[in-house]
Design a protein around this ligand. Structure first.
Ligand SMILES: Cc1cc2nc3c(=O)[nH]c(=O)nc-3n(C[C@H](O)[C@H](O)[C@H](O)COP(=O)(O)O)c2cc1C
Length: 195
């Protein structure tokens, strides 16, 4: 069921680095992501798959769970792959509408990986200039989002959030990562209109 997959698809920040996702698998996930909706069907997103050692090269330029005061991923426990979601600035001078497409393809990549027993994390906090320099990317390529992928090696659990309580995630003494989610009744707008 899609809901089971969505529940399993947490943001993971500790991985079994020995379990490398092959490049062919990344291409398979990208092949699924490219079939998703796109505003005006422009499909401006370009995908840059990085596996194994290439993933290690950009890891230092990504930021993880900055709200927590711990080093994540722990040393040697980084993702074995990334897919960088990019645009060609010359062909897509206005990235604003692309930001809607980005979330759709990022989630599709993650769900594809989770279905395969992997997992990942969207990374919006990254040093684009350093990644571009490291990978020798062309001037015209803008990186909009990084999607980290790998074999998760930590426990993440969902919590029901009390109305208006802080949404911050936390880790307990056993290093279990807790993610509060707002309740259904707190997010549905009731207009008094019934079916
Ligand atoms: C667009 C986007 C950007 C994100 N950027 C980061 C990031 O830079 N670093 C990080 O550790 N997590 C990042 N996350 C993951 C969120 O922190 C995570 O989705 C949130 O804590 C809820 O956890 P969950 O994904 O397990 O539901 C990002 C998520 C989204 C949707």
């Amino acid at each position: 069921m899609i809901k089971d997959l969505v529940i399993k698809n947490r943001s993971y920040r500790t991985y079994d680095r020995g379990a490398v996702i092959p490049r062919e698998k990344l291409l398979e996930y990208i092949d699924t992501a490219r079939l998703t909706p796109s505003a005006v069907n422009l499909q401006p997103i370009l995908y840059l798959p990085l596996s194994d050692r290439d993933a290690d090269r950009i890891l230092p330029y990504t930021g993880w769970a900055k709200a927590l005061d711990i080093k994540l991923p722990p040393e040697g426990k980084g993702p074995s792959a990334f897919v960088l979601l990019c645009i060609d600035r010359e062909k897509t001078p206005n990235p604003a509408p692309v930001m809607r497409d980005i979330g759709i393809v990022a989630q599709t990549l993650l769900l594809s990986a989770v279905e395969d027993g992997y997992g990942g994390c969207m990374i919006g906090s990254f040093d684009a200039a350093k990644i571009k320099a490291e990978l020798e990317l062309g001037e015209n390529i803008d990186i909009l989002l990084c999607v980290a992928l790998g074999k998760p090696d930590e426990r993440v659990v969902l919590e029901e959030l009390e109305k208006d309580a802080p949404t911050a995630y936390w880790r307990d003494g056993d290093n279990v990562h807790h993610v509060p989610k707002r309740k259904l009744e707190d997010i549905v707008i009731n207009t008094g209109v019934s079916d």
